[in-house]
Design a protein around this ligand. Structure first.
Ligand code: NAP
Length: 259
């Protein structure tokens, strides 16, 4: 299926690895020019070079922390006017509800709620003026089914989801479409570090820890960044124009719900 977005321009945040890279790759394969971002320059350049070689699209890289005001300004400056925005950043650390301080919550809000909101506020006015735009926020399955050890994530991402629910309906008539993608467990570095947490907490091996986490996934495996990216590319396509403010779960069936 041709998605009809070749030669559009996309900012994909936190995209040197994992789910962000999956989204960048899928968009590049559709002929979309990219601004890619991550904090570590070397990994970012390597990933961008791989996509340039594979797809031939134009890619600008910005090595910066997108959750800091300075980093975000650098990313936005390099991006200029974009047609597509994919927001993403590292997730908050696991822990226990009674231990998190005000500062812990503020850090999670900054990274996983206020940063995507600031990016939308900066880039959507231009999209609205031009009459076309797509925004995909990478959130988490924890928005629909809370993950107890990831309370900081549950909280911050719920706030972003509320913002999107109202805002998506205010900008849709201008051709700007916002949706959220909610990953369950995908085979990335983030999943590996959470596997390690289970391994340490339960005193078991890595294989056993992965088996414990996989047991909760009806598909019987972790998701891949490529699958995730393909769904993201669809949400950024010409065909997603009537899909407004939705929360799409990609979790192999882990969330046990009828609707
Ligand atoms: P990952 O494999 O660890 O990749 C994270 C990517 O983001 C890397 O490219 C990293 O590069 C970049 N990054 C992290 N913090 C950044 C920042 N402050 N500014 C700019 N770039 C940053 O993680 P992932 O699995 O793709 O997860 C992506 C998001 O989905 C996270 O918020 C995570 O919590 C959420 N999620 C993941 C899963 C899963 O199973 N994988 C499930 C649910 C939710 P640098 O380190 O060089 O900056």
């Amino acid at each position: 299926m041709e998605l009809g977005i070749a030669r559009k321009k996309a900012l994909v945040c936190a995209s040197s690895k994992g789910l962000g890279f999956g989204c960048a790759q899928a968009l590049a394969r559709e002929g979309v020019d990219l601004i890619m971002n991550a904090r570590t320059e070397e990994t970012l350049e390597r990933s961008a070079e791989a996509l340039r070689a594979e797809t031939g699209v134009n890619i600008t890289t910005v090595a910066a922390d997108v959750t800091s005001e300075k980093g975000r300004a650098a990313v936005l400056d390099a991006a200029g006017a974009v047609d597509i925005l994919v927001t993403n950043a590292g997730g908050p650390p696991p822990g226990l509800w009674k231990d998190w301080s005000r500062d812990d919550f503020i850090a999670a809000f900054d990274a996983n709620m206020l940063t995507p909101i600031a990016l939308m506020q900066a880039l959507m006015p231009g999209m609205m003026e031009r009459g076309w735009g797509r925004v995909v926020n990478i959130t988490s399955q924890s928005v629909k089914g809370p993950i107890p050890v990831l309370g900081l994530s549950n909280t911050a991402r719920a706030g972003l989801t509320g913002f999107v629910a109202g805002t998506a309906r205010q900008v849709a008539s201008h051709g700007v479409i916002i949706n959220n993608l909610l990953p369950g467990i995908h085979d990335t570095d983030r999943a590996l570090s959470l596997d390690q947490g289970v391994m340490d907490a339960q005193g078991i091996t890595m294989d056993e820890a992965r088996a414990v986490r996989m047991a909760g996934i009806p598909a019987g495996r972790y998701g891949t960044a490529q699958e995730f990216g393909a769904t993201c590319a669809f949400l950024c396509s010409q065909f997603a124009g009537f899909m407004v403010g939705q929360n799409i779960v990609l979790d192999g069936g882990a969330l046990n719900a009828t609707i």
